[in-house]
Design a protein around this ligand. Sequence first.
Ligand code: PNS
Length: 172
Amino acid sequence: MRRAVCPGSFDPITNGHLDIIERASKLYDVVHVAVAINRSKQGMFTVEERIQLIEETTAKYGNIEVEAHTGLLVDFCRDRGIPAIIKGLRAVSDFDYELQMAQMNHGLSGVETLFVPTSPTYSFLSSSLVKEVASYGGDVSHLLPELVNRRLVERIAERKAQADAQADAQGA
Ligand code: PNS
C-alpha cells in the first residue's frame, strides 16, 4: 500500500485543501489526513468537528483516512508507515517555511515532502481568511464545500449571539 499524509489545522477544510487531498488520492492508495491538535490555539471548530467535516467532504474519494494528531508529524508517519507528506504550495511566500519544515522532517526521519502547486483558483485561499470574511458577513460559499459553509455561518451566528448575550448581561 502506498501511503501519504496531508497534514494541517483544517479549521475548517476549504476547497483549496480538498483540491490537494483529491489530487493526492489519485496518486496514493491511502491518503491520511492528519488534523493537528494545537492546545494553545482556540479554533472556530473543535478537532472532532473538523474531522467530521473532512470525513464527510472527502468520503467521495474512497481512500481517505482522517485522524487527529498531537506531537511531531514524523512520529505520526512512522507509526503508520507513511513515507511521504503532501503539501499544497499557494505562492512563493509559502515556500520559505514549507522548505524549512520539509528539510527538518527529512532530517529527523527520512520522510519526504512532496509539494503540489495549488490550483490558481485557490491560490489566495486560507481558512483564516475565509473565517475573517465570513465573520463580517461576506459570502465565502464558493470557497468551501456546501456543508462547511453552512456550519461556518451557523457557528459565527452562535458566537455572535453569545457575545451579544454577554454584552447585555454586563450592561444590565
Ligand atoms: O494548516 P497549518 O496550520 O498550516 O498546518 C501546519 C502543520 C500542522 C502541518 C504543521 O505545523 C505540523 O506539521 N505540525 C505538527 C508538529 C510538527 O511536526 N512540527 C515540526 C514541523 S518541522
